[in-house]
Design a protein around this ligand. Structure first.
Ligand SMILES: Nc1nc2c(c(=O)[nH]1)N[C@H]1C(S)=C(S)[C@@H](COP(=O)(O)O)O[C@H]1N2
Ligand SMILES: [Mo]
Length: 204
């Protein structure tokens, strides 16, 4: 069974390499697959119609076309990701634009952001957790353009929090004064979602 194979592989690798244990949050198992988790159908927005916006409690809203977005400085990085359904995947390679770059020069009194997406999905994060080199908008995975199933053309990437915070098909960030629970957060998932503190559901 696939589950047994994954568990054995995980324990085996962990025995061989104790450093690996420090990279798997409590209650998570390791997978080599890249599962697809989408709450609805996969949108297919043509790049010509795609833009990225910073809006809400800001001095002036910002917008980038796809070409303008891709002209921003980007970087290739390797991170571990942790889904609340308990799979973790190590060493995923992404090409991405830092949220710090997108917020550069933006003046706001807000303390929270809501990521909004094609298809209507939202997720909320403290502004302090998407700045300072902690969050990115990724447009390539494993050296290839991000596939629609995994959030292409672009998705949020916040690897320090459970992966539902990494909104697929992202179209922008709305900065808000108050915290506003997003799609899964309204359905009972934790407002913050730190995998290392196992914050899966409200009250954890
Ligand atoms: N727009 C959107 N983003 C989303 C989701 C979604 O349903 N819609 N699912 C979230 C959840 S629960 C997870 S675990 C990850 C899954 O990303 P993947 O399908 O690339 O593995 O995307 C997150 N981002
Ligand atoms: Mo998830």
């Amino acid at each position: 069974m696939a589950g047994n194979f994954i568990s054995r592989g995980f324990r085996g690798r962990r025995r061989e390499d104790p450093a690996l244990a420090d990279r798997i949050p409590p209650g998570q198992y390791l997978t080599r697959d890249f599962p697809v988790l989408s709450a609805g159908p996969t949108p297919h927005t043509p790049l010509a119609k795609w833009d990225f916006s910073i809006r809400g409690a800001v001095d002036v809203p910002r917008h980038w076309s796809w070409d303008a977005f891709r002209a921003l400085p980007s970087e290739t990085v390797t991170v571990d990701i942790h889904c609340v359904t308990k799979w973790s995947k190590l060493d995923t390679v992404w090409e991405r634009v830092s949220v710090d770059t997108l917020l550069d020069g933006v003046e706001t009194r807000g303390a929270y952001v809501t990521a909004f997406c094609d298809g209507g999905y939202t997720t909320n994060l403290p502004l302090a957790d998407v700045t300072g080199g902690q969050a990115w908008v990724a447009f390539a995975y494993g050296g290839e353009p991000l596939t629609p199933e995994h959030g292409g053309p672009a998705r949020l990437l916040v690897p320090r929090l459970y992966f539902w915070k990494s909104a697929k098909w992202i179209r922008g960030l709305e900065i808000t004064l108050q915290d506003r629970p997003g799609f899964w957060e309204q359905l009972g998932y934790h407002d913050y979602g730190d995998p290392w503190r196992e914050q899966r559901y409200q009250g954890d």
